[in-house]
Design a protein around this ligand. Structure first.
Ligand code: ATP
Length: 512
């Protein structure tokens, strides 16, 4: 655990040191859970967004994009249920004055029990070696059985209090489990209250006539209200999807995990409109397709798992999270939800406008069902950054800090160095920069010894370095050095572009 926390601290300080992420308005001591992306961060974020966009929009003939406004008519949020139900249960500890999400307190407690089970399993695996049968152990070992029973009991009660909005029952559950405040260590809790997460703002010049608006808490509703606009003008036939990336805002109660939980963040969402009754088929399709997208980046297949929801949101008939192994454990990275016809129907009711599709094959009108994929761009950024940052022991006894970003996502693809700042080498290096800059984000660096320059690019995440030396003048060849293997080879200047193109090609990453 301590090792994980150390890794998380390293990720945060590395992100700042290398121009990836800064706290917002730092010179004024910052704004809690709001962040700015620096010169490298903005590139990495753009590349993640593009990797998502290409795989969702460009690769699917029946998915198109949209860029809806952040501000929407306030009736939108009444119809969607956000005004009445977009809230989290909060609880305060009277001694530490710290605020918590009541559901998270219970979930963390439950996860601790689960970790004990996993520890027992790891121990038993070691003891029994190849003969170990995990399923049998789980179903017979008395300690595991007792703990699992406890977990199931907690899950049942947590689901009940959430579904029935039984706030007194929520507090009782926290008290019954003996959950203590991690800061004060006390069980001196306030009652549980619901807290709406939407940020309000005003439209209009004078206080009397101004209209109350909300900053959108999700991008999805911009897609629903434009469903017919896009369907008609794009002559889309069901099944089809609308994809959108953009900012969303949530006044999160507890936001202490860097860019994992922010108050202003970016989502990448796709709503897929299907025939009623076919939604489970498409739900399974998108579960599999989205997991494949994640795995294509090579961050480690074991770092992903599905978590199917026990408690479904008011609009869903099935929901799962793709969880990622963040430095603080497995947590939600992306949600896949079968949203039924809830949203379109609600907008029909509140607007009085029909939001239906005429299906020529069935010769009937219906309100389509929707399967949604929704991923936080910033969370994805954190997933990529935290798995890529590595301390590596080298064979010669030294070590290096290397940011092994997937090459397709790296902010700078290639750095070009002249070996020395004279003898015409800088000019050749700059010519190479000028040639490559049309196709890739490249940088030129002539400061310090070459070894030091390599280390600097390793830590910044640049996958390739090109060094121009005296032989280049004669042979028109350079040295290419690969960040991950540290291998170096001599190549012709005219081959540089082709080699890099191959290594950062969308097709190769997504489909190999
Ligand atoms: P959580 O349970 O972590 O609060 P959620 O279930 O409310 O998340 P959704 O409403 O399903 O999240 O939003 C879809 C995605 O948007 C999430 O999977 C996550 O990646 C991202 N996301 C949601 N809230 C935040 C936030 N406050 N900061 C950064 N990303 C977020």
């Amino acid at each position: 655990m301590a090792k994980q926390e150390d890794q998380f601290k390293k990720v945060i300080s590395h992100a700042k040191e290398y121009g990836y992420i800064f706290g917002s308005s730092e010179i004024y001591d910052g704004l809690s859970a709001v962040y700015d992306y620096g010169q490298n961060g903005v590139e990495l974020k753009k590349n993640i967004r593009e990797y998502w966009w290409k795989s969702m929009v460009q690769m699917h003939q029946n998915i198109v994009g949209l860029d809806a406004a952040i501000l929407m008519h306030p009736a939108t949020w009444k119809a969607s249920g956000h005004v009445d139900a977009f809230s989290d249960p909060l609880i305060d500890n009277k001694d530490s004055k710290k605020r918590y999400r009541a559901d998270v307190l219970v979930e963390d407690y439950r996860e601790k029990i689960n970790q004990k089970i996993e520890k027992d399993i790891t121990k038993a695996k070691k003891r029994f070696g190849d003969a170990f049968n995990e399923n049998e152990f789980r179903s017979t070992n008395p300690n595991v059985l007792r703990r699992q029973k406890e977990i199931d009991k907690i899950t049942l009660e947590l689901t009940r209090v959430q579904e029935e909005n039984d706030l007194a029952g929520f507090k009782q559950l926290i008290e019954d489990l003996g959950i203590v405040c991690p800061i004060s260590g006390s069980k001196n809790w306030t009652d549980v209250r619901q807290f709406n997460l939407m940020f309000g703002t005003k439209l209009g010049a004078s206080a009397e006539t101004a209209t109350d608006l909300y900053l959108r808490p999700e991008t999805a509703q911009g897609i629903f209200v434009n469903f017919l606009n896009v369907q008609k003008t794009g002559r889309m036939k069901i099944p089809f999807g609308i994809a959108q990336t953009g900012k969303a805002f949530r006044n999160e109660i507890v936001a202490r995990q860097f860019i994992f939980r922010m108050r202003e963040f970016e989502q990448m969402e796709m709503q897929f409109f299907v025939r009623p009754g076919e939604e489970m088929k498409w739900y399974d399709y998108w579960k599999e397709t989205r997991l494949k997208w994640h795995k294509s980046l090579g961050l480690g297949e074991d770092n992903y798992r599905f978590h199917d929801h026990e408690k479904l949101a008011h609009y869903a008939n099935a929901a799962t999270d793709i969880e990622f192994n963040f430095p603080f454990g497995f947590k939600e990275l992306e949600g896949i939800h079968s949203r039924t016809d809830f949203d379109l129907k609600a907008h029909e009711e509140h607007s009085g406008k029909k939001l239906q599709f005429f299906d020529p094959e069935l010769n009937e009108n219906y309100v389509p069902y929707v399967v949604e994929t929704s991923i936080g761009l910033d969370r994805m950024f954190l997933a990529v950054l935290s798995k890529s940052l590595q301390d590596e022991e080298l064979e010669n006894g030294t070590s290096r800090v290397v940011l092994k970003l997937p090459a397709i996502l790296a902010p700078v693809k290639v750095a070009i160095f002249p070996l020395v700042k004279k003898d015409g080498l800088p000019e050749i290096a700059r010519n190479i920069v000028d040639d490559l800059k049309f196709d890739f984000n490249v940088m030129y660096d002539e400061k310090d010894a070459v070894g030091k320059r390599y280390r600097r690019q390793d830590a910044a995440g640049t996958p390739f370095c090109i060094t121009v030396d005296h032989d280049t003048i004669e042979t028109q060849t350079v040295t290419i050095r690969y960040r991950d293997s540290m291998m170096q080879e001599r190549i012709s200047i005219k081959d540089i572009k082709g080699i890099i193109e191959q290594q950062v090609s969308f097709k190769n990453w997504m489909f190999s």
